[in-house]
Design a protein around this ligand. Sequence first.
Ligand code: ADP
Ligand code: ZN
Length: 305
Amino acid sequence: MKYAVGIDIGGTKTALGLVTSDGQVLSKASLTTDLSLAPSDMVDKIAEAAHRLLSESSLQQTDLQGIGLGAPGPLNTKLGQIAEPPNLRSWWNFPVVESFKRHFQVPIVLENDATAAALAEKWMGAAKSADHFVYITISTGIGAGIYSHGRLITGATGNAGDIGHMVVDPSGGDCPCGQRGCFEHIASGTAIAREASSLLQRPVTSKEVFELALSGQNTEMKQLVDRVFGNIGVGCATLINTFDPELLVIGGGVSQVGEPLFEAVGAYIKRNALNPSGRNTPVVPAALQQEAGLIGAAALIHTKY
Ligand code: ADP
Ligand code: ZN
């Protein structure tokens, strides 16, 4: 049996797992990403947790094929560095691969977290038999991993698929990135909660917005949700027109709303994708959800991508 450690570094938490080459998660752990710590101190804590996973399974570093790291973009996989992720400010320009090398003498690979999650869905999830698919995560932000012709499309520096900053509706307000109406500025969980809180004049979560809208209790929330689903449809139609995938996989917290989202996106695509076969692109939920990040990070070691 071959082993890898997959580490999914996030703005709020870092998940890691010991994963076999047939995709079994033998053990896992989760740490709060403490942004008040220097990133190298946080890496020390993560490395310590990884060593613990190994010893709990009576394994040693020499049993590892490698360590896969998934991290939010923008990053620079060529340099092994975090670049400028908005939710990981204290990590800007941090050489994360080099920092982990202080603790492990095995190959260490870094990719964008959504790209890694897409690879997880290909390896063990909803896209096993697809050679061409796009994985979209709609959560705090929006990101994608693109798999085409049997390979991940990572781009020159690992930033391909950052669809959160594809402009979907220029009238949709100022995105912190400097553009207007970016996909994640108008359709992420954060965006839904922000817009609803402003309409209702009280703090609301995106989950509550869906409950109010879909139970028919609040027409204002229903209109908001319809607009968001429409915008997700626009984003998906653009991805279909750009990559001609055979499948779209949607994950992330917002996708938990389930059927209403998938139905609305499917209907939008049916009307608006340009090529006739693209109009019938299946849109399915991610199979791995919470574990996609760490399984995908381990897949960076266990699979050829
Ligand atoms: P992260 O962005 O840290 O990866 P998640 O994928 O859980 O975390 O996404 C969090 C976002 O998803 C939040 O905006 C949250 O409000 C939203 N969310 C989580 N669960 C649900 C749900 N069941 N229905 C709708 N929105 C949800
Ligand atoms: Zn933007």
